[in-house]
Design a protein around this ligand. Structure first.
Ligand code: GAL
Length: 648
């Protein structure tokens, strides 16, 4: 692949052939070179069981090819047609309360139902056979956002098979699930159910295993389609779009090696500066799922950010800044949901590259401006994103922290990880996200935010990292439980006591807490005893008055820091500053709101600068600026909202 991709989801089945022609003309104007076609087109492709209607798609594929636009052809298996559910009522999903859902939205299937799996492979095969040789076909997009689960009897049977494979013996399952508590001991595999709605709290290990099971089960479903498509088109890349959300039981770090190109959808959940930080976080996470290689931003919103309550229109330039942040952090392009805003249907007010107003609009002009500038950045592809810091991220640790009845309902894994990421984003220090158990030796600093669940092997590798000279920062509520979600006894954080040189006797969830230095924390505090570490800061006032809040421990050749509360951003930023200074990580000291990413190849480096602030700034950088095509000499003047990519 030698070019960067620009385009989005294209749903021609919603429009007449006259519109298709206009679409292709506008795509050319906007620099679009890749569109995802057919994601939700199953009922248009197979209106009755076994009767295929490919004529319209033939025409669309031909038109796109003539227009120089390549196709990422989707299998439409995320939305079976109405006839499917009527024919196979057992393949409609059942929620945790036993309610069977009916057709009327999307994602209405149980991926464990044999009829669904067969139909999914069937439509993938039909598409593969029809279009294998089509010159527009560049990539396969299997399904859409794997993550939909079900609690039906098919799912229960598959869950039991998965558990038998994981535990072998029922005794081992009973021990891992602590079934002695509340008389849950199982005497027969058949007694085990998915975690359905029950009287009171659900067994947390059962709930965790159900999510692990679904990640594996959905992966199997993906592999079945992949095998069919691979057989028909051995040379074409096959991917699926990863989605990031609290409901998603898919461990993308494990799925990353199953796709030919990691692709993500990214919709920040906050407006304002939070959207910029989340964009950078999502992009860094995608790169970690891709094992450090490049990946693809498959979907983002062209014109809005949704904070969960309402859409916030992206101000002029913001779409381009978000897109560049993704590109800087390793994306091979910028794609959107969707090309043309729908006239009706559930998402008709979702923004699009061609809005309801049509091409005579700010939105389309910005799209065309960015799309036609993109080829100037193609040389970035394949270079490495520089990062001396890693933040640990683990899907299982996230899932298990969604259990009920943790010591505080406000504990939130994603918030903790994003708070860590934000400190480095603000300081302009590049970070990778890494899975626990990853080889950390290349990093000067490793941050472990609220890693409640950690396996023995991962804890061991973190300790070895510090022993070998690494600088570690662990935050509150980490290392508490093992892979079975059982507490590591003898004082928290059981997995990290030695390396941190501390022992935590008790948790003290709080609203707010003051520190002796004048700093402030919130949410959480802990009764920390020193066991080799020194206290860097202490609690001031309250029940923990005078006891250690932040500690530092020299261990082997390295240093391990612990912070037992959720510091506010000012305090967290200062702590991170201390840790990175001690580790010898360079701090660029850029003006507030300026995002920086550094890329390198053998002899060349690139500095990507994005000015999210409302001030014009001057940055000390010299080299060739790719977007404007001119040499720049330090200091580079970057206007409010502007961006630059400087090669040196
Ligand atoms: C994505 C999904 C798209 C569309 C979009 C709207 O998650 O893949 O089909 O629904 O969200 O934001």
């Amino acid at each position: 692949m030698t070019k960067l991709y620009f385009g989005g989801d294209y749903n021609p089945e919603q429009w007449s052939p006259e519109v298709w022609k206009e679409d292709v003309a506008l795509m050319r104007q906007a620099g679009v070179n890749l569109v995802t076609v057919g994601v939700f087109a199953w009922s248009s492709l197979e209106p009755e069981p076994g009767r295929y209607e490919f004529g319209w798609l033939d025409q669309v594929m031909d038109l796109l090819h003539e227009g120089g636009v390549q196709v990422d052809l989707a299998t439409p298996t995320a939305s079976p047609p109405p006839w499917f559910g009527l024919r196979h009522p057992d393949a409609l999903p059942v929620n945790a309360s036993g309610v069977r859902l009916t057709h009327g939205s999307r994602d209405t299937y149980c991926a464990c139902a044999p009829a669904y799996r067969e139909a999914a492979v069937g439509i993938a095969k039909a598409l593969g056979e029809r279009y294998a040789e089509h010159p527009a076909l560049a990539m396969w997009h299997v399904h859409n956002e794997y993550g939909t689960t079900c609690h039906c009897d098919h799912a229960a049977a598959a869950f039991r098979r998965w558990l038998q494979h994981r535990y072998g013996e029922l005794d081992r399952l009973n021990a891992a699930w602590t079934t002695a508590f509340w008389s849950q001991g199982y005497a027969d595999w058949e007694e085990i159910q998915p975690p359905r709605t029950t009287q009171y709290l659900v067994n947390p290990t059962q709930a965790l295993d159900f999510r692990r099971f679904w990640s594996d089960e959905l992966l199997e479903a993906f592999r079945e389609q992949k095998a069919v498509l691979r057989g028909l088109t051995p040379k074409l890349p096959i991917t699926t779009n990863f989605v990031f959300g609290g409901w998603v039981p898919v461990d993308h770090s494990r799925w990353g090696s199953e796709v030919d190109l990691v692709a993500i959808d990214h919709y920040p959940g906050s407006a304002g500066r939070g959207a910029e930080e989340q964009t950078a976080f999502g992009a860094d996470l995608a790169r970690s799922w891709a094992g450090g290689k490049s990946w693809l931003l498959m979907e983002q919103a062209a014109g809005s950010v949704n904070d969960g309550h309402r859409l916030h229109t992206k101000e002029p330039g913001r779409m381009a800044r978000h897109s560049l942040s993704h590109l800087a952090r390793g994306s091979r392009g910028a794609l959107f949901f969707q090309w043309r805003a729908s006239r009706g249907g559930a998402e008709m007010f979702h923004s699009a590259m061609v809005p309801h107003a049509g091409p005579d609009s700010r939105r389309f002009r910005e799209i065309a401006e960015f799309g036609t500038a993109l080829p100037r950045l193609a040389e970035l592809d394949g270079s490495e994103v520089e990062a001396e810091v890693a933040i640990l991220w683990d899907a299982e640790a996230w899932w298990v922290m969604q259990a009920t009845h943790l010591p505080s309902e406000d504990l939130d894994y994603l918030t903790a990880v994003q708070a860590a990421h934000r400190q480095f984003w603000t300081a302009g220090i590049g970070v990778d996200l890494a899975g626990p158990g990853a080889d950390l030796s290349a990093y000067r600093v490793v941050v472990v935010p609220s890693l409640y669940l950690v396996s023995d092997a991962a804890a061991e590798s973190i300790a070895r990292y510090v022993e070998g000279g690494g600088h570690l920062l662990v935050t509150y509520f980490s290392g508490i439980v093992d892979q079975d979600a059982q507490v590591r006894l003898g004082g928290y954080p059981g997995a990290f006591r030695d390396v941190l040189g501390i022992r935590v006797e008790e948790f003290h969830p709080v609203a707010e807490v003051e520190l002796a230095s004048g700093g402030r924390g919130g949410l959480w505090s802990e009764h920390v005893h020193l066991a080799g570490a020194e206290a860097v800061d202490r609690y001031a006032g309250g029940v923990l008055d005078g006891s250690p809040a932040i500690t530092r421990h020299e261990y082997g050749e390295g240093v391990a820091w612990y912070v037992s509360t959720q510091l506010d951003d000012a305090g967290y930023g200062e702590l991170v500053g201390q840790v990175v200074r001690g580790a010898g990580v360079a701090q660029p000291g850029l003006p507030a709101g300026v995002e920086v990413v550094r890329r390198k190849a053998e002899q060349v480096t690139w500095t990507v600068l994005i000015n999210h602030s409302e001030e014009d700034v001057a940055i000390p950088v010299t080299g060739f600026e790719l977007l404007s095509g001119v040499e720049v000499v330090s200091p580079l003047r970057l206007a409010a909202g502007a961006q630059a990519v400087v090669r040196a």
